[in-house]
Design a protein around this ligand. Structure first.
Ligand SMILES: [Zn+2]
Ligand SMILES: [Zn+2]
Length: 142
């Protein structure tokens, strides 16, 4: 895993830009149905940061509640999916593909693989968890 010390990114149209200070706490691939629906893609890659390490120097992302326990942020102009967070939480997840240099943030695990799209072949050796990151019994044999 290579984690950059700083980084910048933004949405497709450029209206929302973000800047992070420091390396993320972790980076993962999420295969949950909500990420699939929100992105229109088979999975999303997320990098988790403390909220106070993330700045939005231009327009703020629009935030919408996406489940009982989570909110998602997107560009109000172009609709690009940008972030995931728990209401009142101390961290937020930024979409790795939205970074200007997404190669710099390499995911270290797969989560919510119970809803992984079956035609998507995973060939890496990263840990896979059926649900959120956690217990060994939740981990798939690889
Ligand atoms: Zn935009
Ligand atoms: Zn997800």
């Amino acid at each position: 895993m290579s984690l950059t010390a700083t980084g910048e990114g933004g949405c497709l149209c450029g209206a929302v830009r973000f800047r992070v200070d420091g390396a993320p706490a972790h980076v993962n691939f999420c295969h949950c149905r909500m990420c699939q629906k929100a992105s229109g893609a088979p999975m999303m890659a997320w990098a988790t940061y403390a909220r106070d390490k993330v700045a939005f120097p231009k327009m703020q992302p629009r935030i919408r509640k996406s489940s009982a326990r989570a909110e998602r942020g997107f560009c109000g102009e172009c609709g690009s999916a940008l972030l995931w967070q728990r209401p009142g939480g101390t961290t937020l997840d930024l979409a790795v593909a939205s970074f200007d240099d997404p190669d710099a943030l390499s995911p270290s695990e797969h989560i919510w693989t119970e809803s992984r799209v079956r035609w998507l072949k995973l060939t890496d050796r990263l840990p896979r968890y059926r649900h959120q990151h956690g217990s060994d019994e939740d981990r798939e044999a690889s």
